[in-house]
Ligand binder design. Sequence first.
Ligand SMILES: [Zn+2]
Length: 68
Amino acid sequence: MKKNLLIIVFAMLAAAMFTSCGNSSSKEKQSTKKEVAKVEYTCPMHPEVVSDKPGDCPKCGMALVEKK
Ligand SMILES: [Zn+2]
């Protein structure tokens, strides 16, 4: 009984450490900041068409896609 509890506590601790390491919230914040800072939209057919907001390509009318 006591041994089982110890194992469970250890497993939870290990899981918590693993989660905080692999899924760090600061990492998420960083990527969000990056996206907000610079998201460009471009036409798949016309790379020269770049817009800072979603819309349609002025040349072919296709929906602009997020540039990566
Ligand atoms: Zn286009």
